[in-house]
Write a protein that binds this ligand. Structure first.
Ligand code: FE
Length: 266
């Protein structure tokens, strides 16, 4: 398999390009709007055909490039069916597969950081792409987009820690210069949800994090619900009318809970 790990330094986000070296079909996981030109150039240089722009979830810290990638390269956008992204092409369920040439990614529903989080397992290569569900020695916060610490704990234990120990874990971010981990390492050394931790300890810890309001959430979430194709304008003080924008998109998915979904009280 052809594989590239790509990094956006502003948001410490990893994107992953996977391709079948024979058919040249490719998948880009968790693209970043500001890196669109870099990634299109790479895909063209490697003579790849982008089949899917796949999201692990609706990101709150950066805007996706998936909509632009679809316009430029004709790929399909894949996202969890539990995420209200009405214009995505594929609304993924646990057990679904993304096929690209002779290769495939299996969809593992790993909700908890957000309800619409999935991980992608490339079983043949022994790689799993966990988004923000499982980070290296950490995990994503659980206080918006129907996040739920108990759910996140079960997702990691049942869907990720049940994989063979040598499977390599590729996270959605790292803020400390690390690139990759393994199931074995996270079981042993993850301070939040390693095998020595109980669900009660985990839930208590997640409830006490007192994290700051995410810097880009008011821009990123409404934009990402539209595959990154519409970025609401910020007012001069930096705020944006995100709740209205989110409500409009979510209503297209038949949902009227935009305010709660954005994470009241964070
Ligand atoms: Fe996230």
């Amino acid at each position: 398999m052809l594989f590239r790990q790509l990094f956006d330094p502003e948001t410490s986000t990893f994107s992953y390009l996977l391709a079948d070296p024979v058919s040249r079909e490719a998948v880009l996981i968790d693209s970043v709007f500001e890196q669109l030109e870099r990634d299109v150039k790479l895909i063209e240089e490697l003579d790849l055909k982008l089949t899917f722009a796949a999201e692990t979830h609706v990101h709150a810290d950066h805007v996706t490039a998936s909509g632009r990638l679809r316009e430029r390269l004709g790929c399909q956008i894949a996202v969890s069916d539990a995420a209200p992204v009405p214009d995505a092409d594929l609304h993924l369920k646990d057990g679904d597969q993304l096929r690209f040439g002779a290769l495939r990614l299996e969809v593992l529903a790993t909700p908890g950081h957000t309800k619409g989080c999935v991980s992608y397992l490339c079983r043949d290569a022994g790689m799993v792409f966990t988004g923000d569900a499982l980070l290296i020695r950490g995990c994503g916060r659980t206080d918006f987009q129907e996040g739920d610490a108990t759910m996140l704990f079960s997702s990691i234990r049942e869907k990720i820690f049940s994989l063979p120990k040598e499977v390599t874990v590729y996270p959605g971010h790292d803020y400390h210069g690390r690139l990759v981990s393994t199931v074995d390492e996270e079981e042993r050394f993850n301070p939040r949800m390693g095998l020595e931790k109980s669900v009660e300890e985990f839930v208590a810890l997640m409830g006490e994090l007192n994290l700051a309001y995410p810097k880009k959430i008011d821009i990123a979430v409404p934009a990402n619900l539209l595959c990154g194709l519409s970025v609401p304008l910020a007012s001069p003080d930096g705020a944006s009318d995100s709740s209205g924008a989110v409500a409009v998109v979510m209503e297209k998915s038949g949902r009227q809970d935009a305010e709660i979904w954005m994470g009241v009280g964070i």
